[in-house]
Design a protein around this ligand. Sequence first.
Ligand SMILES: NC(=O)c1ccc[n+]([C@@H]2O[C@H](COP(=O)([O-])OP(=O)(O)OC[C@H]3O[C@@H](n4cnc5c(N)ncnc54)[C@H](OP(=O)(O)O)[C@@H]3O)[C@@H](O)[C@H]2O)c1
Length: 229
Amino acid sequence: MATHLITGAGSGIGAVVAQRLLERGDDIWLLARDARRATELRERFPGAQSLVGNLADPAKLAWAFGQQSLPVDLDSVLHIAGVVELGPIGDTPVKVWNETLAINLVAPAELTRLLLPQLRQSRGHVVFVNSGAGLSAHADWGSYAASKFGLRALADSLRAEEHGGGVRVTTVYPGRTATAMQLKVHQQEGKEYDPQAWIAPESVATAVLTALDLPRDAEITEITVRPGR
Ligand SMILES: NC(=O)c1ccc[n+]([C@@H]2O[C@H](COP(=O)([O-])OP(=O)(O)OC[C@H]3O[C@@H](n4cnc5c(N)ncnc54)[C@H](OP(=O)(O)O)[C@@H]3O)[C@@H](O)[C@H]2O)c1
């Protein structure tokens, strides 16, 4: 039985990953932005433990973790939380840049740093849920794409640094996936939203678990998941 820390378990892809791991008997720790959300997550995923930390304020994560008990043994950290705000660079204020980079890039780096001792001990696994926007940047996707390009660099450097010690690092690049985030994207694009047209969050969760469950002689470094129709 393995122990996993998951961000973004309250919605979309992260919720499916959390449910699957819980159902198979693994221990899960869920990062919640505040105490109220932590209570909701523990009620939704009975048996799960919670950790409170707002990814929008990565500088405070170390302090916040200092006030709580952390998992002693940890086999994986699954970075799934993320935010998006569409808009041309010419109209994107600093607030959007700061929030997007904090939640999508700086917080995953800080969370990884804080949990690396446990991950090294277990020869564990770090999974970053990135995006197709982390591979190519299009008009109106600047701040999100920049955060995800950075997340790819974070994953690649971490893999190069920790590979010798047995820590595995995987980046998953999903295309458009039918979640609350995709509904918001459609609203911002002014398009009608049909969840059937996009990848089911269950399929992205399967990609995450496939990387986790690969036998230890191998490492899936990157997986790109595209809509199948
Ligand atoms: N949906 C897509 O089309 C798509 C495509 C490619 C990549 N992705 C990536 O996939 C990942 C999951 O996305 P999703 O579609 O499942 O999104 P989602 O349904 O909107 O879920 C996002 C999650 O991130 C958490 N989160 C946001 N801000 C946070 C903060 N400040 N502190 C703590 N947690 C915070 C949310 O917490 P609450 O539950 O508390 O709100 C929520 O659980 C993201 O990294 C996204 O960039 C999504």
